[in-house]
Ligand binder design. Structure first.
Ligand code: HEC
Length: 146
């Protein structure tokens, strides 16, 4: 139990990204953190491309997000909280809603791939996809500690 107390004490200071990874227990909690970090990287690629008025990087990045979303739910086994995880217990109290948002991320990421490949409205499709990140984080992720 001692290490948990220590983790709590230092958790706030070392909350962000890379430092968190080492401190997370092996298994689904660490894996989903890494999955989300990869999703974040792809999202940045899409955001940067749109800002620069480029379309080519969008489809491969959105396809990766769709793949990751398809793999995400099993990494949230019931009750898998941890002092350093930002997953809220509400995930399991409102599982159907959580599941729905992850499904939407996958569907909207696929729609973004299609829009990018067919000369469609990539910006609108990407923004719809990003809306799911925010909806889910607002509801199911502990806010970042300052
Ligand atoms: C259905 C819910 C859901 C969706 C949709 C979702 N996320 Fe997450 N995300 C989470 C949860 C929950 C965590 C915290 C996991 C943990 O710490 O155990 C997280 C963590 C993250 C992290 C790690 C941040 C940190 O400090 O640990 C990043 C980056 C991230 N998400 C990016 C994204 C992006 C970008 C999208 C959209 C393209 C997205 N997420 C969509 C639920 C979601």
């Amino acid at each position: 139990m001692r290490w948990m107390v220590v983790a709590c004490l230092f958790g706030a200071a070392a909350w962000a990204h890379e430092t968190t990874k080492e401190a997370l227990p092996e298994g689904p909690i660490r894996e989903r953190h890494e999955l989300m970090e990869r999703v974040g990287k792809q999202a940045k690629i899409i955001g940067d491309a749109l800002k620069a008025g480029k379309v080519e990087p969008v489809a491969p990045a959105a396809a990766k997000i769709a793949d990751e979303a398809a793999k995400a739910l099993p990494l949230f086994p019931e009750g898998s909280t941890h002092p350093r995880s930002r997953a809220k217990p509400e995930i399991w109290q409102q599982w159907p809603e959580f599941e729905k948002l992850m499904g939407r991320l996958q569907a909207d990421a696929k729609a973004t791939v299609e829009a990018a490949q067919s000369g469609g409205d990539v910006r609108t499709a990407a923004n719809r996809m990003f809306g799911n990140c925010k909806s889910c984080h607002d509801r199911f992720r502990v806010p970042e500690k300052k």
